[in-house]
Ligand binder design. Sequence first.
Ligand code: PGA
Length: 289
Amino acid sequence: MTLSLRNSRPGLSVLFENEKLVNEAMTRRLFVGGNWKMNGSKAKIAEMCQVLKNGHYGASARDADVVIGCPSVYLEHTNQVLPKFISAAAQNCYKANCGAFTGEISPSMIADCGVKWVIIGHSERRQLFGETDKLIAEKVSFALSNELKVVACIGETLQEREAGKTFDILMHQVQAIAGAIKDTEHWKNLVVAYEPVWAIGTGKVATKEQAQEVHAFLRKWLASKVSESVSQSIRIIYGGSVTGDNCRDLIKQTDIDGFLVGGASLKPDFIKIINCQSEGSRGSSVERQ
Ligand code: PGA
């Protein structure tokens, strides 16, 4: 943590404010999101839920937010059959609650199915379906205004990284989202997922240094453009080839608050990722139903 309580002769209010920020930073709950993408069937969902129910979870996993992004046709079903501590999440939604938008689903429909979370702006939505920063920002804003919690994804392509444009690209993506948020209260329902496109589904995970550098950059940007309080309390998670093996080093980084997991979320490895902060979770296991 970079924030210091040391302050030259601070007034009491400054001291209290700093203390509040330190507390916020220290209490960022671990967030582990799975992203099943367009995979699964009722049989596969039953199998995966059984695997998750049989898992052993350590103490810190017990306090984590765990969600699974599943195909929209299975949202309600998945939400009902997942172990209780895991919530289903939609993988997309539109910026209106009803109307002539063939093929789309809305925040109110997601909520009507008993689901509280939605993933917006995944790189596959950006790259394969042409979603722009502007559309994604509008969708994030609309979902938050309609009581959903949002995982908003950002990330640079390999070409952009190699051209030295990583921070520029990320700044534009996060700026669009920040500019569209209508109420400061909505920030507490937002999780930002940094997912370098070159690491998604490639087996090429960002190094802990690369990921930490970006997460620290994002937190600093939020501190200067939004508020110190938002920058300290918001969860910034990493996604891109996360596995049960590499998650333990990544989570030790100061500014990494969890993960968005694609491939490994369809396998028992996901339990290891939920347990990324639990020491000896096998020995001191706690079953979560
Ligand atoms: P991956 O996908 O873990 O398979 O790389 C991550 C994601 O797309 O969110």
